[in-house]
Write a protein that binds this ligand. Structure first.
Ligand code: HEC
Length: 145
């Protein structure tokens, strides 16, 4: 085998590797890959979407919600729910039922304007239990505007 052939083979291999390693990263860049949330510790709440947080004040839910928030929401809404300005500051979301209803609406449906996705719908991907756990965490961060 001469050196040119070896070079071609190496180059071919390098391109194949590049394609393999870049694929998932290209998908992950910009569009986020939701991180699954383990909610098995939390009481089941059924399939039907609730309008009121069943986990409000639940310590384990708050713990799960904190990590679920940091993995799935913080990159837009800011670490610890303190927004850097790209997306609304979720500390100002009203506590209690009126805030719950708005929270679950956005969590399930996300937000798009003129075909631009500002926030992806996350409810079906992460599930209802994870959503209410995140909401329970956010309530602990509530700050009056
Ligand atoms: C890609 C960025 C992005 C991610 C990720 C994201 N959001 Fe959002 N979110 C936004 C933007 C932008 C808005 C404002 C939408 C608008 O004004 O129409 C918003 C709005 C909201 C609102 C309504 C806030 C208000 O004051 O009206 C809630 C609640 C919310 N997001 C919760 C979440 C939760 C919970 C997560 C994680 C599970 C999450 N978001 C992940 C970008 C994001």
């Amino acid at each position: 085998m001469n050196t040119t052939t070896t070079g071609r083979i190496l180059l071919g291999g390098a391109i194949a590797m590049l394609a393999l390693t870049c694929g998932p990263q290209i998908m992950a860049h910009g569009d986020m890959v939701p991180q699954a949330v383990d909610t098995s510790d939390l009481p089941d709440i059924g399939e039907e979407w609730l309008q009121k947080n069943p986990y409000s004040g639940n310590a384990r839910a708050i713990e799960i919600g904190t990590s679920a928030y940091n993995q799935n929401c913080a990159r837009c809404h800011g670490l610890d729910a303190i927004s850097g300005g790209i997306a609304p500051d979720l500390r100002y979301l009203e506590p209690g039922e009126s805030g719950d209803a708005w929270f679950v609406e956005r969590y399930r449906k996300g937000s798009s304007h003129d075909g631009r996705v500002l926030m992806p719908p996350l409810g079906d991907v992460l599930g209802q239990k994870a959503g209410w756990a995140i909401r329970a965490f956010l309530e602990t961060k509530y700050t009056e505007e």
